[in-house]
Ligand binder design. Structure first.
Ligand SMILES: *Cc1c(COP(=O)(O)O)cnc(C)c1O
Length: 225
């Protein structure tokens, strides 16, 4: 597995280097976030050994099982990129460093009440067919005001997941729209782009690409496990 992962990582880094060069951006501007949902904790260990430090999971419950094995890896940080119910916010705050899927004032307030000072991003829903969760763009101003009033969370940016399409160009309008919203609200972080469309996302200003399949291969179990 390590060999394949190493090759996969090299391929992703090559793709990334190519697109960065084309748009005159630097490698440090884009975080490569390794999405390990469905894979065992050994996948995190192996990727960490190859130098990756930031990992993303979709489900609190699934990550609970892996966390004890990986929490002490040097320099490691964990992002939650799946929908979070507010009744799981306390547990999520213990497991994750970044919650990328804040989409309501209620959830923001719950996270603000937990012990740890979390970094948060707001998930924006830009189409009816994309991710099921996320705040509507018209609700963003109010949500941002609430989150900025929460002293215990640090708002760093926006995240989105366009409707799935074979053709990465189909994602471009969504990425562009997310960037516009981030600029309008003075938010530097843009979590957008996955295995099949991250080049387009980087062209549109992504600061965080979320890569699962291109690193770890196809996921066996359905995502909605
Ligand atoms: C699973 C997932 C990813 C990774 O997708 P790949 O196509 O496997 O790279 C990225 N973001 C979110 C929100 C996901 O659920």
């Amino acid at each position: 597995m390590e060999e394949t992962l190493k090759d996969n990582l090299n391929r992703v880094e090559e793709r990334l280097a190519r697109i960065l060069a084309r748009c005159g951006r630097r490698r440090e501007e884009v975080l490569l976030l390794a999405v390990t949902k469905v894979f065992p904790y050994q996948a995190i260990e192996a990727a960490h050994a190859l130098g990756l430090r930031e990992f993303a999971e979709n489900y609190v419950q699934e990550f609970e099982g892996k966390h004890p094995y990986v929490k002490d890896l040097p320099g490691v940080r964990f992002h939650l990129i799946g929908h979070l119910q507010s009744n799981k916010s306390r547990r999520a705050s213990e497991l994750f460093d970044v919650i990328e899927t804040v989409d309501s004032s209620k959830l923001a307030r719950r996270l603000n009440e937990t012990e740890r000072r979390l970094e948060v991003m707001l998930e924006v829903k830009l189409s009816p067919e994309g991710s099921k969760s996320g705040a509507a763009p018209e609700d963003l101003p109010q949500l941002i005001e609430t989150v900025r009033g929460c002293g215990n969370v640090r708002l760093t940016g926006l995240m989105t997941m366009p409707p799935w399409s074979e053709n990465p160009e189909e994602s471009r309008p969504y990425f562009r729209r997310l960037k516009e919203l981030a600029v309008r609200h003075g938010l530097p972080g843009l979590s957008m782009g996955m295995s099949h469309d991250f080049e387009v996302a980087v062209e549109e200003g992504s600061t965080c690409i979320r890569i699962g399949t291109a690193l770890f291969g196809r996921r066996r179990k359905p995502e909605a496990a």
